[in-house]
Design a protein around this ligand. Structure first.
Ligand code: SAH
Ligand code: SF4
Length: 343
C-alpha cells in the first residue's frame, strides 16, 4: 500500500479523504494539487499558502516520487527525447515534439510492450511491467517543468499499449483533465492503440471524450496478423465494430496510423482494401514513414514512388489523409523506436 502515500499516486478524492482524516479543510486538497499539477512545484516547503505545520506534515508523510532524468537528447528538428529511471530501476522514454510552436508530449504507459509487433523496437525488446498512474503523470509533469511552460497536447504513443494498463492510464487521464489538477482539455489527449477491443469499448463509455488513434498498418487479417500478433486475438471486423461504437458514442473522428514498409504493406491494392474496411467510419489517416529499427534491418522504408502510388490511391478514393514527416529519427525518438536504455 506504499503507493497510497506517494503524491502522484493520489487522486483528488484521495487527497480530500486524507485531509479530512487530518482534520484539515477539503479545499486544501485542491491547493496542493494546483501546486503540483499546475505550478510544477514538487517541494511541500514551497507551497506558501499552506500552514507551516501542514507543510511539515506533508513532508513527513507523503513522499513525492518523480522519474529521474538520465539523459536528454535533442534532434536537429527540435524533437527532444528523455530517458527516465523509475523507482525500481525500470527505464522508460518520453518524447517532446515541437510542431511550429505547438508542443506535444508523447508518453509511455508501460516499460516495454508485450505485444511484439514485428516493426516496432519497443516490442522487440520485450515487456518489463505496467507503469503506475504516478509514473505516467510524472513523465509529463517533469517534461513540463523542464520545458518551463505548459505542454498542451499529450499522446499515449510512447512505449507500451495503453489499453493493457487501462486502469492506471484512465486514472492519469482523469487527473490531467480535472480542473483542480492539470485542467487539460479532453481534445488535447489521445490514446493510440494497436487494437485492444475491450479497451476501445471502455473508451467509448469513458466520461472524458478523449481522442483515439488506431495503429492499423494492414487492411486484412492475414497480413495484419503477421505484422501485429495482437490481430489474432482481435480480428479486424471486431476492431471496426468497436471503432464504430466509439465514434457513435463520442462523435469523435478516429485517426488511423499506417506506416509504409517497402513491399510489405505499401501496394496500392492495400489502399483500396483500407478504404473498404473503414467504409462508414470516415477516419483521418496518417501515413507515416516507416522508421528503420535495429532489430529488423530487413524492413525498409518505402521509396518515394511507392509512397506516391499509395497516396494517389487514397486520394482517388477520397479518403482524407496526411503524409507525415518523420520526427526525431536521428535520436531514435520517432514512432516505434523507443527502447528504454537499450540504445
Ligand atoms: N502500443 C500503442 C501505442 C504506441 S504508439 C500502439 O501501437 O498504437 C507507437 C506508434 O508507432 C504506433 O502507431 C505504432 O504502430 C507506430 N510504430 C511502431 N513501430 C514503428 C516504426 N518502426 N515506424 C513507424 N511507426 C512505428
Ligand atoms: Fe507494442 Fe505498439 Fe510497439 Fe506494437 S507498436 S509492439 S503495440 S508499442
Amino acid at each position: 500500500m506504499d503507493n497510497l502515500y506517494d503524491a502522484l499516486e493520489l487522486t483528488l478524492n484521495d487527497w480530500q479523504i486524507l485531509f479530512e482524516n487530518w482534520n484539515e479543510q477539503k479545499f486544501r486538497a485542491s491547493q496542493v494539487c494546483q501546486w503540483i499539477y499546475s505550478k510544477k512545484e514538487f517541494s511541500y516547503h514551497a507551497m506558501s499558502n499552506l500552514s507551516k505545520t501542514l507543510r511539515e506534515k506533508l513532508s513527513g508523510n507523503i513522499i513525492m516520487t518523480l522519474p529521474i532524468m538520465m539523459r536528454q537528447l535533442v534532434s536537429k528538428d527540435g524533437t527532444k527525447k528523455f530517458l527516465w529511471n523509475l523507482n525500481d530501476g525500470a527505464k522508460i522514454e518520453s518524447v517532446l515534439l515541437n510542431h511550429g510552436g505547438h508542443k506535444t508530449a508523447c508518453i509511455s504507459s508501460q516499460a516495454g510492450c508485450p505485444l511484439g509487433c514485428t516493426f516496432c523496437e519497443t516490442g522487440a525488446n520485450g515487456f518489463t511491467r505496467n507503469l503506475t498512474r504516478g509514473e505516467i503523470l510524472g513523465q509529463f509533469l517533469m517534461m513540463e517543468k523542464i520545458n518551463g511552460a505548459d505542454i498542451n497536447n499529450i499522446v499515449f504513443m510512447g512505449m507500451g499499449e495503453p489499453f493493457l494498463n487501462e486502469d492506471n492510464v484512465f486514472s492519469a487521464i482523469r487527473s490531467l483533465n480535472d480542473k483542480n489538477m492539470r485542467n487539460l482539455g479532453a481534445r488535447h489527449i489521445t490514446i493510440s492503440t494497436s487494437g485492444i477491443v475491450p479497451g476501445i469499448e471502455d473508451l467509448a463509455d469513458f466520461e472524458i471524450p478523449i481522442r483515439l488513434s488506431l495503429s492499423l498498418h494492414a487492411p486484412n487479417d492475414e497480413l495484419r496478423s503477421k505484422l501485429m500478433p495482437v490481430n489474432r486475438q482481435y480480428s479486424l471486423q471486431k476492431l471496426v465494430n468497436a471503432l464504430k461504437r466509439y465514434r457513435d458514442r463520442t462523435g469523435e473522428r478516429i485517426t488511423v496510423e499506417y506506416a509504409l514498409i517497402d513491399r510489405v504493406n505499401d501496394d496500392p491494392e492495400y489502399a483500396y482494401e483500407t478504404a473498404a474496411l473503414l467504409d462508414g467510419l470516415e477516419p483521418y489517416i496518417n501515413i507515416i514513414p516507416f522508421n528503420p529499427i535495429p532489430s529488423r534491418p530487413e524492413l525498409k522504408r518505402s521509396g518515394q514512388s511507392r509512397i506516391k502510388a499509395f497516396c494517389n490511391a487514397l486520394s482517388e478514393l477520397k479518403i482524407e489523409f496526411e503524409l507525415r514527416k518523420e520526427r526525431g529519427a536521428d535520436i531514435m525518438a520517432a514512432c516505434g523506436q523507443l527502447a528504454g536504455s537499450k540504445h
